[in-house]
Ligand binder design. Structure first.
Ligand code: FMN
Length: 256
């Protein structure tokens, strides 16, 4: 059973008064949940992060490498969701390679097509990097700019604990070196395809996330697709616009 099993379950409709024992069980579960996120919350609150600080310059990323030492078959075979990481930061070149695998431009033509397929090449996904322990990169939130293979800095500070809280207290997320966050602007796709465009967006997130899994494995890194989180909380934390809906978090760290 995965560590987040049952997190998506919503409490069912109340039918009259519940027995006292059910109430006590609910209270105990609530307390246990609160106890799990309390250390994360306290550490985050004590950090005194400059949440409102906007860094300025765009950062050019190390060029992506189009080849590696692990075969595609090897990466597919070895891929696993990883939630425990070895000590040691993620290198900036590794983070850059992961961002490229997710949404990088791989096409020299004027279409600027990307590493992951996109219905109608409309590219509804936005990609952010939440850096915690990335060598040569200050902790903070950065937006990936596919056309320039660069980062645009946003909020400064180590927000991993806050993200773990927003992800329903999945505390292992706070131990990742960085987190790739995939968000969607649905309108880019539904403008052409109507309601069906929503399905296309969801398919596309899967494509991008799988690329990250395989690229991570090829680099000796591990990741897990995280879908259990509070949308609005993640949206606010990362400084996303109202129409940028977060759909998946990919915490990344070194394989043990
Ligand atoms: C859409 C989606 C959402 C997921 N959300 C979470 C999550 O919130 N937390 C988590 O620990 N794992 C999450 N997972 C990872 C699954 O638990 C994992 O893929 C599954 O247990 C199979 O293991 P494997 O990926 O190692 O093959 C998610 C996977 C998918 C595809």
């Amino acid at each position: 059973m995965s560590p987040f099993s049952g997190m998506h379950r919503q409490p069912g409709p109340r039918k009259g008064r519940e027995p006292a024992s059910t109430g006590r069980r609910r209270a105990a579960a609530w307390l246990a949940g609160t106890a799990a996120v309390a250390p994360l919350f306290l550490r985050w609150a004590a950090g005194g992060h400059a949440l409102a600080t906007e860094l300025q310059e765009t950062l050019a990323l190390p060029k992506p490498r189009p080849a590696g030492s692990l075969s595609l078959e090897g990466a597919v075979h070895a891929r696993r969701s990883v939630r425990e990481f070895a000590a040691g930061p993620v290198a900036l070149a590794e983070a850059a390679q992961l961002l490229w695998a997710a949404q990088g431009v791989t096409d020299g033509s004027r279409w600027r097509r990307r590493a992951a397929p996109s219905a109608g090449a409309l590219y509804p996904l936005e990609l952010a990097l939440l850096a915690g322990r990335v060598r040569d990169l200050a902790p903070g939130v950065y937006r990936y700019l596919p056309r320039d293979h660069a980062l645009r800095p946003g909020l400064a500070g180590d927000l991993r604990d806050a993200l773990a809280i927003a992800a329903l207290g999945q505390s292992w997320i706070a131990k990742a070196g960085c987190v790739l966050v995939l968000a969607a602007v649905y309108g880019r796709c539904t403008g052409k395809y109507g309601k069906r465009g929503e399905q296309y967006v969801h398919m596309e997130v899967g494509h991008a996330a799988q690329n990250v899994y395989l690229q991570a494995r090829a680099l000796g890194l591990g990741t897990t697709m995280v879908g259990a989180f509070r949308d609005r909380q993640v949206q606010r934390l990362l400084g996303f616009e109202a129409d940028e809906v977060p759909l998946g978090l990919l915490p990344v760290g070194r394989l043990r």
